[in-house]
Design a protein around this ligand. Structure first.
Ligand SMILES: *Cc1c(COP(=O)(O)O)cnc(C)c1O
Length: 404
């Protein structure tokens, strides 16, 4: 008889956002009149900007005639998009990344989850705590961790790097040496960013130990401060130790369209093996390319009109972020993030647990956020609010929070 992948059995119960959704739906059903404001899930709400819509329409029309119809896309992405990415996201910032080092995908979540496949099962991973759950869960599924430890509320065999107030929510170099290090900055969920000099320490550490850094820069577009790196390749030596993933979801509203990419420099070699070649082989075997229409939409992100329109869209969300953070501070909360990212990470009131605070906000103020403990044991006592709502809803939420 067939045997199942037992690693899946190690994953504890239901996923964070499904639990949140269940609670919210149950409350709304019981209180149909309640006007619930959702500042929980990290999904965008603003429509696609005109430059992107125009590119989509144009690409759709091309599909309607024999001369311009496109079938399978090249597995690694169309050159027009890979060139635009290399020039705008990297070369314009002084990073020597070439178009053929870019792998276009249908989103960063898939890349975050799939990349571990090219590494041996006995590698040890290091993650921040709290953390975007995909990095850990995909490694659990692959058998790269031990069992779930109910007491510690995390997995055996994983190096967790606490990110707390006392270290400004930045991980410290671990005492046990990891093989694969997951970093995400600006961070989801804490909303905090890393300085270039601080990231340089990680690059130096990885080059010294032979580890590889998987750098998730999904929130790069929200960086507002000088000295905060937009790419890990701004650090010296990153090309020999780092993979970077980006998404079009948060900078351009592609959460429903689906587009992302991963950079693997050709110089990244371990044990004589090129990681670029392994990922190209994997991509070619298991992925048939992101849709042509969506890649054309991605190209429009880098057009003059697209850039200008998206700058405004980001500014809209960041006004929400400032509004939430200022309102929380005024209401007496301790809040972090929200300066270089769309996330505000606040301490719960009256030492409530994250879930107690979730229930309190839902029941009393009809506001939905995300319990910090859902992102890891070190997230207990914290709560995440997002700037992705409408400005009107954000103002209303702040008004309710101040009434607490
Ligand atoms: C939203 C998000 C992603 C990816 O999103 P896709 O929509 O799959 O491109 C990746 N990493 C982090 C940390 C995110 O918050």
């Amino acid at each position: 008889m067939v045997k199942m992948n037992d690693n899946y059995q190690k994953l504890p119960g239901s996923y964070l956002f499904s639990t949140v959704a269940k609670k919210v739906n149950a409350y709304q059903k019981a209180h149909p009149e309640a006007e619930i404001i959702r500042l929980g899930i990290g999904d965008v709400t603003e429509p696609l900007v005109p430059a992107i819509i125009e590119a989509l329409h144009g690409a759709v029309d091309e599909m309607a005639s024999r001369e311009t119809f496109r079938g399978y896309a090249p597995d690694l992405g169309y050159d027009f998009l890979r060139n635009a990415i290399a020039e705008n996201d990297f070369q314009a910032r002084g990073c020597d990344i070439q178009a053929d080092e870019i792998f276009v995908s249908d989103g960063a979540k898939c890349d975050c989850g799939n990349l571990q496949e090219i590494f041996a099962v006995d590698n040890k991973i290091a993650v921040c705590d709290p953390v975007y759950p995909v990095y850990v869960d995909s490694n659990v599924m692959a058998g790269r961790t031990g069992m779930y430890n109910k007491e510690r509320e995390n997995f055996d065999g994983v190096i967790y790097m606490p990110c707390r107030e006392e270290n400004n929510f930045l991980p410290e170099l671990p005492s046990e040496t990891p093989d694969l290090i997951y970093l995400c900055f600006p961070n989801n969920p804490t909303g905090e960013a890393i300085r270039k000099s601080e990231l340089q320490e990680w690059v130096d550490y990885a080059n010294k130990t032979g580890a590889v850094i998987f750098y998730d820069a999904a929130y790069e577009a929200y960086i507002a401060e000088e000295g905060v790196p937009h790419s890990i390749y701004e650090c010296e030596g990153a090309k020999t130790c780092a993979i970077e993933t980006r998404s079009f979801s948060k900078n351009a509203g592609f959460t429903g369209l689906r587009l992302g990419y991963t950079v693997i420099p050709k110089e990244l070699v371990r044990g004589g093996v090129s990681l670029h070649s392994l990922w190209a082989r994997r991509h070619g075997t298991k992925f048939n390319g992101a849709p042509y229409i969506v890649q054309r939409a991605g190209e429009a992100v880098y057009s003059e009109a697209g850039k200008a329109q998206l700058k405004e869209q980001i500014a809209y969300y960041m006004r929400n972020a400032r509004t939430i953070k200022a309102g929380l501070t005024e209401a007496g909360f301790t809040a972090y993030g929200g300066v270089n990212s769309p996330y505000i990470w606040l301490k719960t009131a009256d030492n409530m647990t994250s879930w107690e605070f979730f229930d309190y906000l839902l029941n009393k103020l009809h506001i939905v956020g995300t319990p910090g403990s859902g992102f890891g044991a070190q997230g207990e006592g914290f709560f995440r609010l997002t700037a992705f709502g409408s400005y009107e809803n954000t103002l209303e939420a702040v008004k309710r929070l101040k009434s607490m």
